[in-house]
Design a protein around this ligand. Structure first.
Ligand SMILES: [Zn+2]
Length: 204
């Protein structure tokens, strides 16, 4: 499918696009205990400019969707994250090797593209994150719901906004909730619906 390149807004530059992202600089992330990724280090919240540039080219029809990450690279990243905490919910993750699983394994480590491939997300290291199975699935639900709402053709501004939300959801969840309450509500509602029920809930 080819897409007609959409003209940029007058005078809009990547500098301006990045300036908009300054609403969420890393040092101001209010969660002082986090956000740590599965490797235990603090991650910057800023989206690398090359990631947004790639997304913009994709939106304009000048960049292909990225291939899936190779199995060996995926396994290496998942294995590195084994025993680490999900950056969003702090679940201790397990690398389940050679096992197919659904949402019944909330603690399974899963690899995701923070900026989704369908929005032009890259396979660069900065765009790959390991999160727990439930956070990954719930996040996918937020994107699908949003795409449906925009008849699968969200504008560039909407795409940028979604990418910022997703970045915050992974690296600074308190800010994701504060700045994007609707997306975050959709995320938490979906996540909760997939959580295994406690014994008390089963009996109720
Ligand atoms: Zn999680």
């Amino acid at each position: 499918m080819t897409r007609e390149p959409t003209p940029r807004k007058n005078g809009e530059t990547m500098r301006q696009i990045n300036a908009e992202l300054e609403i969420c600089p890393a040092p101001e992330c209010p969660d002082e205990t986090g956000p740590s990724n599965s490797y235990g280090s603090l991650m910057p919240v800023e989206i690398p400019p090359e990631e947004l540039e790639r997304s913009l080219r994709h939106f304009q029809g000048n960049e292909c969707k990225q291939e899936a990450v190779s199995k060996s690279r995926k396994n290496r990243l998942l294995s590195d994250a084994d025993g680490g905490k999900c950056s969003t919910c702090s679940t201790v993750m397990k690398h389940l090797i050679g096992i197919k699983f659904g949402h019944e394994r909330p603690d399974a480590a899963t690899l995701e593209h923070v900026n989704p491939r369908c929005l032009g997300g890259s396979n660069d290291d900065h765009n790959l994150a390991v999160r727990c199975n439930l956070c990954n699935r719930a996040s996918g639900h937020v994107v699908n719901e949003w795409l449906q709402r925009h008849q699968y053709e969200p504008s560039w501004d909407e795409r940028k906004s979604m990418t910022i939300y997703l970045w915050l959801e992974v690296y600074c969840v308190s800010m994701a909730e504060e700045l994007f309450p609707d997306h975050f509500r959709s995320f938490t509602t979906k996540r909760k619906s997939m959580q295994p029920k406690t014994e008390e809930e089963v009996r109720a």
